[in-house]
Design a protein around this ligand. Structure first.
Ligand SMILES: NC(=O)c1ccc[n+]([C@@H]2O[C@H](COP(=O)([O-])OP(=O)(O)OC[C@H]3O[C@@H](n4cnc5c(N)ncnc54)[C@H](O)[C@@H]3O)[C@@H](O)[C@H]2O)c1
Length: 373
C-alpha cells in the first residue's frame, strides 16, 4: 500500500546554487518526485547559471536574488566543497531549508556554526549522499535488520583509483583542502557503513601524499599541473559503537586492484554490496554453512536517483518526521573523516565525539516518484 495516499502533500519549490558538473544529475533525479520542483538556479559565474537555466527551463538569478525569492522552500547547494558551509549558512540565514552536496563542510569548525544556525532557525539541513536510499543499500539494510547475516561484526570499504583528473573538467578541487579521496568519496562509503551498522566510536589511520603534483588530463585542462594539498591515500580502521570493526581505504594513488567496494560481515553470514555511490547496485549474500554467494532480489525500487534525499526532506518538512539524508548524519561522517586525518597526523586513536542514529529504512513497496510521509 502506498503510505502517502491518505496524506496530501504540497509541491515545494527548489532553488539550485552551483550549476557545475553534478547539477544535471539533480535535474534528472528530482524530476520523478512530484513533491519537489526545481524552479531557479544561480552560480558565482552568472553566464554558467544562464546557460544551465536555458537548457533546463529554469530562471537564472544572482545568488542573492535566489536567496531572497520568497516562493522557494529548499535550496540545493551544489557548489564546491570549500564553499559548502558558507553557502548553506547563507541559505539558512535566508530562512530556507538547505540541502548540501557532500561533504557537509570541510571540517567540524565550519560545520558547527552551520548545525547551530539550522537548529536555532528550526530549518532542515540535509546533505548528500542519498545513495543509501537506493534499492541496493535498502536491500542490504533489510537483510541486516532481518538478521540474515546475524550480528554485524566487521566491514570493508575500498575506494581505490588513480584520481579524477583524467575526466573531471575542473579537477583542481580534488587536490585542494576540502578534496582528496577521503572527503570526496569517503562520504558514500561511511554513510553506507553508518546506515548499515550504526555510529562509529573510535578510529585510527595512516595517510600519505604519494605524488606531490598531478597533471590534468581532461579536455578542458589537459597538461595543467595540479598542486596536491591533501592526503591522497588514507587507510583507516573504524570501531563502531556496536563493537563491529571496519577497514576503509580511500586512494587516488592506485593504478588497479581486486578489492571489493563494500562488504558487511556478520556472525552468520556476509553481504557484498556494489559501490555505495550507486543507487541500484546488486547485493549478494553468503550464509554460514554454504559456499555459494546468492544475489538478493531487490526489496526496494532501484528506480530512484540523486535528489531522493531532497524529496525525502520535502516530505519530512510537511509531516514533521526526521529526514534521512540529514545534517546530523553528514556531520557524524565528517567527524569520522576529520578524526581519521587527525589520527594519521597524530599517530594515535581518536574517539569520535558525535553520535547519530541510523536513518529509518524506507518502507518497501513505495510507488516510483513517492516516498513515505
Ligand atoms: N561531478 C561529480 O561527478 C560529482 C558527483 C557527486 C557529487 N559531487 C559533488 O558536487 C559538488 C559540486 O561538484 P561539481 O563536480 O559539480 O563541481 P563543479 O566545479 O563542476 O561545479 C561547482 C559550481 O559551483 C559554483 N560555485 C562555487 N562556489 C560558489 C559560490 N560560493 N556560490 C555560487 N556558486 C559557486 C562554481 O562556479 C561551479 O559552477 C561537490 O561537492 C562534489 O563533491 C560531484
Amino acid at each position: 500500500m502506498n503510505p502517502n495516499r491518505e496524506k496530501p502533500v504540497r509541491t515545494l519549490n527548489i532553488g539550485l546554487i552551483g550549476t557545475g558538473d553534478i547539477a544535471p544529475a539533480y535535474i534528472r533525479g528530482c524530476a520523478p518526485f512530484d513533491v519537489i520542483d526545481i524552479v531557479a538556479c544561480a552560480d558565482l559565474l552568472h553566464d554558467k547559471a544562464e546557460a544551465f537555466a536555458a537548457a533546463y527551463g529554469l530562471n537564472a538569478l544572482s545568488v542573492d536574488d535566489l536567496l531572497a525569492r520568497p516562493d522557494i522552500d529548499i535550496i540545493i547547494n551544489a557548489t564546491v566543497p570549500a564553499a559548502h558551509a558558507e553557502v548553506s549558512l547563507q541559505i539558512i540565514k535566508a530562512g530556507k531549508h538547505a540541502y548540501s552536496e557532500k561533504p557537509l563542510a570541510i571540517d567540524r569548525a565550519q560545520a558547527d556554526p552551520l548545525m547551530r544556525a539550522a537548529a536555532a532557525a528550526e530549518l532542515r539541513l540535509g546533505c548528500a549522499p542519498d545513495a543509501f536510499l537506493g534499492g541496493g543499500n535498502q536491500t542490504a539494510r533489510r537483510a541486516v535488520d532481518a538478521g540474515d547475516i546475524g550480528e554485524p561484526i566487521a566491514g570493508t570499504a575500498f575506494l581505490l583509483g588513480r584520481g579524477p583528473e583524467s575526466w573531471h573538467p575542473n579537477p583542481d578541487i580534488f587536490y585542494q583542502r576540502g578534496g582528496g579521496p577521503l572527503l570526496d568519496m569517503g562520504p558514500y562509503f561511511l554513510t553506507a557503513l553508518v546506515h548499515l551498522m550504526g555510529p562509529v566510536a573510535r578510529v585510527s589511520a595512516s595517510a600519505a601524499i604519494s605524488f606531490p603534483e598531478r597533471i590534468a588530463a581532461s579536455e578542458a585542462g589537459r597538461g595543467r599541473a595540479l598542486p596536491v594539498e591533501v592526503n591522497t591515500h588514507v587507510a583507516g580502521t573504524l570501531e563502531f559503537a556496536n563493537g563491529a570493526i571496519a577497514s576503509l581505504i580511500t586512494s587516488f594513488d592506485i593504478c588497479g586492484h581486486h578489492l571489493p567496494p563494500l562488504e558487511i560481515h556478520g556472525s552468520h553470514g556476509s553481504l557484498a554490496l556494489q559501490k555505495p555511490n550507486m543507487f541500484d547496485g546488486e547485493v549478494s549474500i553468503l550464509q554460514a554453512g554454504t559456499r555459494e554467494w546468492e544475489t538478493l532480489p531487490f526489496s526496494h525500487t532501484t528506480n530512484i536517483g540523486r535528489g531522493a534525499g531532497v524529496a525525502d526532506m520535502a516530505y519530512a518538512i510537511q509531516s514533521g518526521r526526521p529526514h534521512r539524508a540529514s545534517g546530523a548524519l553528514a556531520y557524524h561522517v565528517l567527524d569520522i573523516m576529520e578524526s581519521l586525518e587527525e589520527s594519521a597526523a597524530q599517530r594515535r586513536h581518536i574517539s569520535i565525539q558525535s553520535a547519530v542514529e541510523r536513518p529509518a529504512p524506507l518502507p518497501a513497496g513505495l510507488a516510483d516518484g513517492e516516498l513515505d510521509c
